[in-house]
Design a protein around this ligand. Structure first.
Ligand code: ZN
Length: 534
């Protein structure tokens, strides 16, 4: 063991800060696709009209924190030498296939490789920032709950510095910062930091003079911060780095930590940040990241700042939300999905004829076909781009989870109400994300996916209405959907209308009476959450 002031050693990565473009895209990707938690929503202390967003694990431990300055219209930079060229997160080794599939379903291109015997998935975030997931043995010190534990990101694994040459940098990180060279594979050198029980205790250096100098901008890392225990230790670091001939800033107050900064000889901006006080200093740990936090000096500008910052949530679907009618018993909420060429207003009158009081969220599809909104692409009439169906089904499901957080009363007891293309999307979500809807009313649907994944729909009830003279939907395709849903265990009722593709009063009446009969005997018990709310 090293004694602190004689021969100190950096214990690990504290946080990494990168530059993004659109804040909403950034937020969506890191919270929905990667499943990180927004642990602090604040502003750039030098530019209070832009966000500073911090993502991390549930409690925002050092070693899990990736932060962003999103500048909405910023051109892309280019990762290159003199920068952190990749950020690696650790995931449990057995979850590597899961992550590969998940990224694919979200349409993200991935490369895989093996590095020092560990599997690596490489991909970029929406603004081009190079990220990696590295499979490691799941360690026992995780403090998340079991369900999330299985696949969730466990904090940083390592970061890679891309350099023209290693010698001067190696000298500072080994002799100055107390890191230990541990492995080498070709032009990649690995250094370990002291606290190997905490996330982010590895630093890689890749030497490639042909890579070209990095250009700052969207999708590049701004700096990497390393951990120090407290202010006293930080001051001794400051002295020590200066003794190595580098110029170091004064201590700066970042509210959640105190920081000093210096450029290492290869050009990468390093920070040394204190573990305390941490993110709970101005927010209850359970509610981290839920409200905009401003440093004292900007509180007077709060109104203007909130007005100018772009919204992070609920930006991907234009929608109408109708809260439950005052005095109405809290019941299931209805999610309305229109047909091709419709919009978020079309189905509202239909929904209100079926249920007078249910909370409703009605969405506008965000895929355009000759200017007509839809919920996924089609290659021709009745021919779907299946990858696109999957992508949008996940996207919409995630949006509904976000809507539930924003609007409150919506929960897992959502009823899908879809017409035509909207009904197909609702059916796809039923098959791909069975947790999203408890029941569904599908007017004129057909089978949206060729492959049937075989979900468990045992507790779901579904009403399907068809038009006997419908020229748009081949009845065999509706049959196939009915068959698939039944095979998965759903209770399906089919009502044939003396109608074409258009929605009729008969459809609405059928839906109203079906809904009035309740969720069916197999699912008659309402969860306690609903009871409490009533
Ligand atoms: Zn920083």
């Amino acid at each position: 063991m090293n004694t602190p002031n004689e021969n100190p050693a950096i214990s690990g990565i504290h946080h990494i800060t990168a530059v993004a473009a659109s804040a909403a895209d950034n937020y969506r990707f890191y919270t929905r696709v990667l499943g990180l938690r927004l642990v602090k929503k604040t502003v750039n202390f030098d530019d209070p009209f832009t966000y500073h967003l911090y993502y991390g694990d549930e409690t925002g431990r050092p070693g899990t924190i990736l932060t962003f300055f999103p500048w909405e219209q910023l051109p892309r930079g280019k990762p290159g030498t003199g920068m952190v060229s990749a950020i690696a997160f650790a995931v449990p080794r057995f979850s590597i296939d899961y992550w590969n599939r998940r990224l694919n379903e979200y349409g993200i291109a991935v490369d895989t490789e093996s590095r020092f015997g560990e599997p690596v998935i490489r991909f970029n975030d929406p603004h081009g920032l190079p990220l990696e997931l590295i499979g490691t043995p799941a360690s026992a010190d995780l403090n998340s709950d079991g369900a999330v534990l299985r696949t969730a990101i466990m904090g940083f694994h390592s970061a890679t510095l891309l350099l023209d040459r290693i010698d001067a940098t190696e000298k500072i990180i080994v002799e100055g910062m107390g890191m230990t060279p541990v492995l080498r594979e070709g032009s990649r050198y690995r250094f370990a930091m002291q606290d190997d029980n905490a996330p982010g205790h590895l630093l890689d250096v890749r030497v490639d003079p042909s890579a070209g100098r990095g250009r700052p901008g969207g999708g590049t890392v701004h700096h990497i911060a390393f951990r120090t225990r407290d202010n006293r230790e930080q001051l001794s670091w400051r002295q020590r780095i200066r003794q190595h001939g580098l110029s170091v800033t004064d201590v700066r107050d970042r509210k959640y930590f105190q920081s000093i900064y210096f450029h290492e000889p290869g050009g990468v901006l390093f920070e040394i940040a204190t573990d305390p006080p941490g993110f709970a200093v101005d927010e209850d740990p359970r509610h981290l990241g839920t409200t905009l936090k401003l440093p004292h000096q900007y509180e007077a500008l709060r109104g203007q700042i909130e007005e100018q910052l772009p919204p992070l949530e609920l930006t991907d679907f234009r929608h109408v939300y109708l809260p439950p009618e005052p005095g109405a018993k809290h019941g299931d909420s209805i999610v309305a999905l229109h047909g091709t060429g419709g919009n978020e207003h079309d189905l509202i009158p239909v929904v209100r004829q079926i249920s007078l009081s249910a909370p409703v969220i009605s969405l506008r599809g965000n895929v355009l076909e000759n200017g007509m909104p839809r919920f996924f692409k089609r290659l021709a009439e009745g021919m779907f781009d299946e990858n696109d169906v999957r992508y949008h089904a996940h996207h919409l499901s995630d949006f509904l989870a976000e809507a539930a957080r924003c609007y409150g009363p919506m929960d897992n007891h959502r009823i899908a109400l879809g017409y035509s293309n909207g009904a197909n999307m609702a059916a796809a979500i039923m098959l791909l994300r069975p947790d999203v809807f408890s029941r569904a009313i599908l007017f004129r649907p057909m089978m949206p996916l060729k492959m049937t994944p075989g979900p468990d729909l045992a507790c779901k009830s579904i009403l399907i209405t068809t038009g006997r003279f419908d020229r748009v939907i081949p009845s065999a395709e509706t049959q196939r959907l009915v068959h698939t849903l039944k095979k998965a265990g759903a209770s399906v009722e089919v009502v044939d209308m003396d109608a074409g593709h258009e929605l009729t009063a008969g459809d609405i009446e059928a839906a109203r009476s079906w809904l009035g009969r309740g969720p069916g005997r197999r699912c008659a018990t309402t969860p306690s959450r609903i009871k409490n709310a009533a």
